[in-house]
Ligand binder design. Structure first.
Ligand code: GLN
Ligand code: ZN
Length: 758
């Protein structure tokens, strides 16, 4: 097939289905309610719709293999044959082994799940050891290419690049110390070389290899790895043209490496990143796929600014293709589906399909075609947004201006912990949960009926109270020490708060994949934020009225609210964070006045927003830690502040976690088998800590022995008087059949490990 230079493309597109059809197909398959035929059909339909849609919107270069049944990194594991032996030995066929790696089985733990760079998407972490047998399995990209071709659409297969695949991997268990997955580069490049040859034989004209790992700081050795990969792949006699795609920031030192390599095209994120000022040798011979349309946020593009950027790139590159800054996986499908959004706000926005249309418009304008009507419309929308009174709240602004450093400071921890001990009287190794209990279909239906007006407030309140009563009763029966109300009223920990705060709107169908079949609907933060009325107080105080044990109030922290929303791009994020922090602070004050002795402010996304480049981190940590402290420093010493963070790499933010100054911090630790605990201890962190002993991302149920072993491991690094016992995260995605035995095991393990004196 001819290798023409594309005009307009995108690095990727959502895949869960406009109406989340793939989610349902996966979940019925997993539940054993449907067979492989139905799952295949749903997958094929979604792929076909995507290709047709992208072609119809006007892209001349349509990607394929951006579809996944679970995760594109897991797909790359399969492509490279890097299935860990514990799955290979299960004797499962391809699809079931695939899902076993993603979700675990009764006997075997799944791959570790972790955040995809600084997004809220989670990928499965490949495990690579010196003995991992790498061999090509090209079935997926090949069959998807053929499938599209049969529809008359020639596509560009998209694959995770070999260097990033290894940089995202962890060393397999049992690998000698000093081994790094990147040590296997030459073997993996041989697999990719065979892949490119295979694709060329299929008639593939262009292939896209994603190397997002190079938007982060890299060592000289890692840069050299990149150079070796593309020298070797570039030198293949029979291969498609290669587009190396980056995203989530500038390539830094990796750009000259790629520009000097034999690849044909380089994809750049020109929203989060930019082209460096100085000369880049070799760039003039490359096609630059210029990501000028933001693939991660929902605001309409400033087409004039984007066109100016495109022209500047054209002056320095061999050719320019217009694109989005990253895959559109991170935004909802289509603004047209949001029929309930008010027209003014809608006019400021663009979802995936609107962004594709912007890319096509820009490509036409760059060629000199007249697109003045579209440009005029974009200008008018931008001007309307900039001048809209609903974006500004003078009360919020003046409150922010009056803040002093004391507003973000509590008393000394020693005094706080003494006051809390007296007030709460908890045993050593107190047991608790992270907040949510299983979200049953019945609960979801009740919330939906209330929202739709089919259930009145009194009936809704009665339904939620009944659930709270049940959850409190269960926790008392299981013997937990610090109880929660279970969060039955919350669809989502961010959306729920966004619905009750001024400055946000929520969408009806704006689903974005978080992991596997799980989707979230990020709210849109468009204006100054405030809290018109208490949000959680009635539910938490009701729960407390049912029990003598302490009930912990549950709030979402400011950084997480920002991370899981589409945020405004018209003021510094730190200012937005402080506005949200003040709203949460108001809620902590009201919980405290209502007699609640423990308040947890969740910041699971603190790590996620950490900038990929070290140079940008101090400023981020400064504003994010300040926002958390602002949210939590309004309470008395005797009120215990908890926080919850869930991700496995802790090293990068360990100092910030100390800086949050929470009395108790719960963290995710079960899947990595407590490997992060020594890091925390070594950092000198001296307050309460609860490393998770129950991996809630998997349907597997741990027994008491397993939980006990994890606790004993934690006790090697953390003194018993500061250790808490809890799951990795909230229980909302699990069923009661899983949660009850798991919590029973957790409580039993705590009892076994507790000092005998107790
Ligand atoms: N309190 C929330 C819950 O239990 C925390 C969830 C999270 O950390 N992602 O669901
Ligand atoms: Zn969590």
């Amino acid at each position: 097939m001819p290798r023409t230079t594309p005009l307009a493309t995108v690095p990727g597109y959502p895949r869960i289905g406009r109406d989340r059809e793939l989610k349902r197909a996966l979940e019925t398959y997993w539940a054993g309610e449907s067979g492989r035929g139905e799952l295949d059909a749903a997958a094929r339909t979604e792929r076909e719709r995507t290709w047709r849609r992208l072609a119809e919107l006007g892209l001349d270069a349509v990607p394929s293999n951006t579809f996944s049944l679970y995760d594109q990194v897991l797909d790359a594991v399969v492509l490279a044959g890097a299935v860990p032996p514990r799955f290979a030995s299960l004797g499962l066929d391809g699809l079931d082994a695939y899902f076993a790696m993603a979700r675990g089985t009764g006997r075997v733990a799944p791959l570790e799940l972790t955040k995809w760079f600084d997004t809220n998407y989670h990928y499965l972490v490949p495990e690579i050891g010196p003995a991992t047998r790498l061999h090509l399995d090209p079935a997926k990209p090949v069959s998807e290419f053929r499938e599209a071709l049969a529809l008359g659409i020639e596509t560009r297969p998209v694959l995770l690049g070999p260097a990033s695949l290894l940089l995202l991997s962890k060393a397999a268990d049992g690998a000698p110390s000093g081994f790094a997955p990147l040590d296997r580069l030459d073997d993996l490049v041989a697999v990719y070389a065979l892949l490119l040859t295979t694709l060329a034989a299929e008639g593939v004209a262009w292939v896209q290899l994603d190397e997002p790992a190079y938007a982060a700081d890299r060592t000289a050795g890692e840069m050299d790895a990149l150079r070796r990969v593309y020298e070797r792949l570039g030198a293949l006699p029979e291969r498609p043209a290669i587009l190396v795609q980056s995203y989530f920031g500038s390539l830094g030192d990796a750009l000259p490496v790629l520009a000097a390599s034999p690849v044909e095209a380089i994809g750049l994120d020109l929203v989060a990143g930019s082209l460096p000022d100085g000369d880049v040798p070799g760039l003039a011979g490359k096609t630059v796929v210029a990501g000028v349309v933001d693939g991660r946020n929902v605001w309409r593009t400033d087409l004039d600014a984007a066109l100016a950027t495109l022209r500047a790139v054209r002056a320095r590159a061999g050719a320019v293709t217009v694109g989005t800054s990253c895959s559109l996986l991170h935004v909802p499908y289509d603004l047209d589906a949001e029929t309930a959004l008010d027209p003014q706000l809608r006019s400021w926005l663009a979802f995936a399909d609107q962004k594709v249309a912007e890319v096509v418009t820009l490509a036409a304008a760059l060629r000199g075609e007249d697109r003045s009507a579209a440009f005029e419309q974009a200008r008018a929308a931008l001007a309307n947004r900039a001048a809209a009174p609903r974006v500004v709240d003078d009360g919020v602004r003046s409150r922010l201006a009056r803040l002093t450093p004391d507003d973000a400071r509590r008393g000394p921890y020693s005094e706080r912990s003494a006051a809390q001990r007296d007030r709460l009287g908890l045993p050593p190794l107190p047991t608790t949960t992270i907040g949510s209990f299983p979200q049953t279909g019945d609960l979801r239906r009740a919330r939906a009926a209330f929202r739709a007006g089919r259930l009145d407030r009194a009936a809704y309140t009665a339904r939620m109270r009944a659930e709270i009563e049940r959850v409190i009763g269960l926790q008392e029966r299981l013997g937990l020490d610090v109880l929660v109300h279970g969060e039955p009223e919350r669809n989502d920990m961010v959306q729920y708060f966004a619905e009750h705060l001024a400055g946000f709107v929520t969408t009806e169908l704006g689903w974005v994949q978080s992991y596997g079949s799980r989707c979230v609907r990020p709210p849109i933060l468009y204006g100054d934020v405030s809290r018109p009325a208490p949000i959680t107080v009635e539910w938490v105080t009701y729960a407390q009225s049912l029990t003598d044990r302490p009930v912990k109030g549950m709030l979402t922290g400011p950084v997480t609210i920002l991370a899981w929303s589409f945020v405004r791009d018209d003021q510094p994020l730190g200012d937005t964070a402080r506005q949200v922090a003040l709203a949460i602070r108001d809620e902590t004050a009201d919980l405290e006045s209502a007699g609640i002795g423990i308040v947890q402010v969740d910041e699971p996304a603190l790590r996620e927003l950490l900038p990929l480049r070290g140079a940008d981190r101090p400023a981020y940590l400064d504003w994010s830690v300040t926002a958390f402290r602002l949210a939590t420093s309004g309470v008395a010493d005797a009120t215990q502040v908890h926080t919850h963070l869930c991700y496995s790499e802790f090293g990068d933010v360990v100092a910030a976690i100390d800086g949050l100054d929470a009395d108790v911090t719960s963290i995710e630790a079960a899947r990595s088998r407590m490997s992060i605990v020594p890091d925390v201890a070594a950092s000198g962190f001296g307050r309460g800590i609860g490393p998770g002993v129950y991996d809630i991302h998997s349907p597997r149920v741990p027994d008491a022995d397993e939980a006990e072993a994890l606790l004993r491991r934690a006790l090697d690094a953390i003194p018993g008087d500061r250790l808490w016992v809890n799951p990795d995260c909230g229980l909302k995605t699990r069923t009661y059949e899983q949660v009850e035995p798991a919590l029973t095991a957790l409580v039993a393990a705590a009892a076994r490990v507790r000092p005998a004196s107790e």
